[in-house]
Design a protein around this ligand. Sequence first.
Ligand code: SF4
Length: 236
Amino acid sequence: MRHLLSKSKYIRGLQCDRALWLDVFHPDLAQYSRETMRKFDRGREFERAFKDLFPDAVDVSAALGRKFDKYAEFTSNELSREGEVNLFEAGFFFDDVLVLADVVHKRADGTLDIYEVKSGSALSDTYRRDAALQHYVISHCQKINSFSIVYNGKLDKSDLSESSDQSEMSDNFKIVNLTAEFAAEHETIARNIAVMKGTISLTSEPDTPTGAHCQTPYECPYQQHCLTGIRDLSLF
Ligand code: SF4
């Protein structure tokens, strides 16, 4: 099952069609700032800390690496096991989109609790859109009991005095169940995916000009390419 879109490509496509096209056909042109790389590192550390709460989980990415066409089948097999199951980076495929869910807990009744882990201290629109895409894909593969975003509760407590007891800081994870909100987004997501498939089918780079959208919600890694004026990258 070869996928066209992933979580990161979908978010890129919401920001800019040209960035999506470049992500698919010329990812070698991406240049990330040091600050962005540091953010990636902080995000991975925070996610690792949350995953430590599930010591018995099977890490699908550790088993399969970059064999992305195997993730959905491997995940389906793991979820067919009797009883409760915990998985990291479980893969689900629908509508040519492959999503890897950070943490999946299969309950005894067979339904899933899904956790998307974000290291920021607030629920941003981008976090919601990322998670809503996952809800769209996974709900077409399995029955979802809950879909939550986990974010950094510790950062929210930064106004506590230095003398605050460390035990007060132990609740590092805020977990917000947004299942009902995500279900209402499916029509919009299906439309967005159709538009993005159209972008990916183009044989040359979209001629989208640079602008304020190059910084929001993320600093686009293709700015140097777009600002040099080199255009009309073509697949032929
Ligand atoms: S730099 Fe701006 S125009 Fe170029 S791909 Fe990124 S968001 Fe799009």
